[in-house]
Design a protein around this ligand. Structure first.
Ligand code: SF4
Length: 451
């Protein structure tokens, strides 16, 4: 349950009625309101007794811990999710997609995998989509080999998960790249006591592995008591059904019951041995929806990575905010004074469909994108954002009139009814109703040019 300012106010001095203003706020309630939004430090009130302080710190700490892996530009930050279902608000931090590299692979194979990680990057709407991190598994049995592969991979400056059952090797690898904040995996019930002194030496995140929820709870509780809280968790599900069950229980326990021992991001090693790339992508797509924060893939394949990344983008795009591109005139090819002007709205998917349609015409042109708060043509028209009165000034202020000898404006077929309004606003322009679908533009333009 979200915390209300009045809940905190009651705990403040004098039952929240002291109102001495020493914290810089006019009342205790105003201070409590700022505390809930994270905009002020608790220490600003000098009259809090330690027990109350502890209660407030616990109450305002997000139910799912924010955890970062890596450093610099490619840092991956996950956690602090606020809802069980995306439609309640939005999901905030997309899961990192990791690729597995083993030190038992030969150097060529490792190089090839890193190459894919760097090269498989896709431009989609206004985003660059790509995988995020590397899981480096110690399988060779040789400490020297593992450390050498860690050093090689660290040159890529990507977030890394060090996956190693031998604590001595794990800590040696961490010490090599501690400034890159790798995630250490696995910390378990069996190795915890031995691991604790080493874990306290350097502040890097750790991932707990347990056989089921109870074991994870036991380890996270002990880590927290030892002052370690940058934690991810893995319940070792054996199949997708178990993964969805565990991850749903974790999300609900954290958010609905503020159960702190499970209030951490989940790292997921795909619960089935993926038979092929498509199956692996399908499994990963389910885990994107159901609460994994790091998803480890066995390999990267261009044809399955792209849809997976688009799927992740869709799930983690705020459903309350339409995807939009900038309002302006885009040049397609090298347009000249004879080139036509195509018109559309700034809903990102509409823009890309029309831009592709214009490119397919194989004639240079201008694409006027009218800002409509990200609404598509019909929705923008029905709300008065894509009508003669808005389109006219947009075209007039665009500078197009000075560039064109022949002023032809091709409007979307779905907006045929605003043709007359635009003609009234833009004397001297020929307004042509185009096709309803962008993919029909090439055939439409061929006919138009043929006269
Ligand atoms: Fe209330 Fe403390 Fe602020 Fe005084 S300093 S107004 S007691 S919150």
């Amino acid at each position: 349950m979200p915390l209300k300012p009045s809940d905190i106010q009651k705990k403040l001095p004098g039952g929240g009625k002291k109102n001495c203003k020493e914290c810089g706020f006019p009342t205790c309630l105003a201070f409590a309101m700022k505390l809930v939004s994270g905009g002020v430090a608790l220490e600003k009130c000098p009259y809090l007794d330690p027990e109350v302080k502890e209660w407030i710190v616990d109450a305002i700490t997000p139910p799912i811990k924010l955890v970062s892996v890596g450093a610099g530009e490619r840092i991956l930050t996950v956690g602090e999710e606020e809802v069980v279902y995306r439609h309640e608000k939005t999901f905030f931090r997309p899961p990192g997609l990791a690729v597995l590299i083993s030190d038992a692979q030969d150097d060529q194979a490792i190089k090839a995998r890193l190459k894919k990680l760097n090269e498989y990057e896709f431009r989609w709407v206004t985003f660059n989509l790509r995988a995020d991190l590397v899981v480096l598994k110690h399988e060779s049995g040789s400490k020297e080999r593992y450390l050498s592969v860690v050093t090689r991979v660290a040159q890529e400056k990507l977030p890394m998960v060090l996956m190693c059952e031998d604590l001595g090797v794990l800590f040696a690898a961490r010490d090599l790249i501690a400034d890159q904040k790798p995630l250490l995996y696995p910390i378990t019930n069996a190795n915890l006591e031995e691991a604790l002194p080493g874990l306290k030496e350097k502040a890097v995140p750790v991932a707990v592995r347990g056989q089921g929820l109870e074991e994870v709870v036991s380890v996270t509780t002990k880590l927290k008591a030892a002052g370690i809280s940058d934690i991810m968790i893995d319940t070792s599900p054996r199949n997708l059904k178990e993964a969805l069950r565990d991850y749903t229980l974790i999300r609900r326990a954290a958010l609905k019951h503020t159960f702190r021992p499970l209030g951490y991001p989940i790292i997921s090693f795909l619960p089935l041995k993926a038979e092929d790339a498509a199956e692996e992508a399908l499994l990963a797509s389910a885990l994107v929806i159901k609460y994994a924060s790091v998803i480890v893939l066995n390999d990267l394949h261009r044809e399955t990575l792209f849809p997976l990344l688009v799927h992740r983008l869709n799930i983690y795009t705020d459903p309350r905010v339409p995807l939009a591109v900038e309002e302006k005139v885009y040049e397609i090819g090298e347009p000249n004074e004879e080139s036509p002007v195509f018109l559309t709205t700034n809903f990102a998917l509409t823009y890309f469909a029309v831009a592709n349609g214009v490119e397919a015409c194989k004639i240079p042109g201008y694409l006027g994108v009218k800002g409509t708060d990200g609404l598509c043509v019909l929705a923008a028209w029905s709300t008065g954002k894509f009508v003669g009165e808005t389109v006219g000034p947009f075209i007039k202020n665009s500078g197009l009139e000075g560039k064109l000898k022949k002023k032809r404006l091709i409007i979307p077929g779905l907006a045929a009814r605003i043709k007359g309004e635009i003609e009234d606003e833009l004397p001297g322009w020929e307004v042509i109703v185009g096709p309803k679908e962008a993919e029909e533009l090439p055939a439409f333009m061929s006919k138009l040019i043929a006269g």
